[in-house]
Design a protein around this ligand. Structure first.
Ligand SMILES: O=C(O)CCC(=O)C(=O)O
Ligand SMILES: [Fe+2]
Length: 204
C-alpha cells in the first residue's frame, strides 16, 4: 500500500491519519526556513479564538502566534507546498467525493509553556472547514519536549485516542467537525504549518 492509500484508509476508518513519509523532506525543510523568515521579519501575531466580531485574545486557552500564508508572503516554498496540497485535496475528492474546493494555511509558533486547550476546528456558525491538516516543521523533537497533539474520541470528548509528538515532517489530518483535540504545553518553541481543506459555497 502506498503512503497516500494508507492515509485514506486511516481517514476512512478513524477520521484521522498520521504520516511521517507523505511530505518530502526538502519541502518541509524549506517551509521551516520560510516560517523562520516570517518570524524574524515580525510577521507573526498572537492567535485569537472565536470568529470575527467576537475574536478575543486568550493565551491561557490558545497560546500560539500565527502568520497566514498569503499571495504576498508566499515565496517559492509556499508555492511548492500549495501545489502539493492541491494534489492531495483533489485525490481526497476523488476518494471520498468530499467537495473540498479551497484551502487556507498559516504558520504557527508556540513559545515554551504554551498550548491550545481542547477544541473543535469547525465553528458552529461556519461549517466550511472540513479537514484539518497540521505539518510539523520542528528541526528535531524529543519525547520529553512536550507539545503533543492529543486527539479525542468523536463520541466522547473525555476519551483520548492518540497522543502525537510534533516530529519533523510529520503530517496529521483529521475531520474538523468531529475530532476534539488539544495541544499540550511544550518545553521548546514548537513550529508548524496548520490549515484546512474547505467546502466553500460557490454561487451558481
Ligand atoms: O498544532 C497542532 O498540533 C494543532 C493546532 C490546532 O489545533 C489549531 O490550530 O487549531
Ligand atoms: Fe485545532
Amino acid at each position: 500500500m502506498d503512503d497516500r492509500e494508507a492515509l485514506f484508509d486511516s481517514l476512512a476508518a478513524h477520521h484521522w491519519a498520521v504520516s511521517d513519509t507523505l511530505v518530502p523532506s526538502p519541502l518541509y525543510e524549506s517551509l521551516y526556513h520560510a516560517c523562520r523568515q516570517e518570524w524574524d521579519a515580525g510577521h507573526f501575531r498572537e492567535a485569537r479564538i472565536g470568529r470575527q466580531h467576537s475574536d478575543s485574545l486568550r493565551i491561557e486557552i490558545r497560546g500560539d502566534s500565527i502568520c497566514w500564508m498569503t499571495p504576498e508572503n508566499a515565496g517559492m516554498e509556499a508555492d511548492d507546498f500549495l501545489a502539493w496540497a492541491d494534489t492531495l485535496r483533489q485525490d481526497l475528492n476523488r476518494e471520498f467525493y468530499a467537495g473540498l474546493n479551497s484551502a487556507e494555511f498559516h504558520f504557527a509558533r508556540y513559545s515554551e509553556g504554551r498550548g491550545y486547550k481542547k477544541h473543535l476546528d469547525q465553528h458552529h456558525q461556519n461549517t466550511q472547514r472540513r479537514l484539518s491538516l497540521v505539518l510539523y516543521l520542528n528541526r528535531q523533537w524529543n519525547d520529553t519536549d512536550g507539545g503533543e497533539l492529543c486527539l479525542y474520541s468523536p463520541d466522547n470528548d473525555a476519551a483520548e485516542i492518540l497522543r502525537i509528538l510534533p516530529k519533523p515532517g510529520r503530517l496529521v489530518v483529521f475531520r474538523s467537525d468531529i475530532i476534539p483535540h488539544e495541544v499540550l504545553p511544550c518545553v521548546q518553541p514548537r513550529w508548524s504549518l496548520t490549515g484546512w481543506f474547505r467546502s466553500d459555497h460557490v454561487p451558481d
